[in-house]
Design a protein around this ligand. Structure first.
Ligand SMILES: [Zn+2]
Length: 206
């Protein structure tokens, strides 16, 4: 019955792929199969010393880091980030989090992680957007891994100007001192997965 109702509504309000905007078929979620297969995945989780890990070297102690797919000018895959950040499609974050977690599960990427912390937005930005896209991605990761999400222990003290035009180094300078960890004693000796969307990393063009 539910399937019949969904099909009926789909006649008038078809769900479309967020990348190519073609109507989705039954069983497809947010992305059509073709776009899912064509997604320019980084596969960084299979590479020790990958560019995402190197961003943190010499700055903070990390075990591993990865990024799901390359983001480049002119690519239709940028629609994923636009839809998630600027078109109110927060559910897309949850779906992407699940897609990514399923692919990373087998290689042990999540082993030993105690908690997932999405990078918080400043309260002003949160009020404007209505949701934190990183939090929705983290929810998807949590749904697959069972690792709990903590959205209250890290707060953003300052609102920073938009980072999209800054170099990686300037970004680091810009975030220095703007976050605060509450109840830090609760995190002593813990492994924390920090979720941020998106991070600009130099990589091959797609
Ligand atoms: Zn598509």
């Amino acid at each position: 019955m539910i399937s019949w109702i969904k099909s009926f509504f789909a006649l008038f309000f078809p769900q479309c792929c967020v990348v190519c905007e073609n109507p989705l078929f039954d069983g497809e979620e947010m992305l059509c199969i073709k776009c899912n297969m064509d997604m320019p995945r980084t596969n960084y989780h299979r590479i020790r010393g990958n560019p995402a890990e190197r961003l943190f070297w010499g700055r903070i102690p990390i075990e591993r880091a990865t990024s799901f797919f390359f983001y480049s000018k002119g690519s239709d895959f940028r629609n994923i980030l636009y839809s998630l950040k600027y078109r109110g499609n927060k559910e897309l974050g949850e779906s992407m989090g699940r897609f990514m977690a399923r692919e990373l599960l087998d290689c042990g990427f999540f082993e030993g992680i105690d908690v997932v912390i999405p990078v918080p937005l400043h309260p002003d930005k949160l009020a404007k957007r209505g949701y934190n896209q990183s939090e929705w991605i983290a929810r998807g990761v949590s749904a697959i891994t069972g690792v709990r999400v903590d959205t209250t222990s890290v707060i953003r003290k300052k609102n920073t100007e938009t980072q999209t035009r800054k170099s990686t180094f300037e970004r680091w300078e810009n975030v220095d001192g703007i976050f605060e960890l509450l109840n830090s004693e609760l995190f002593t000796g813990k492994h924390i997965l920090i979720y941020c969307c998106p991070v600009k990393i130099s990589g091959p063009k797609n």
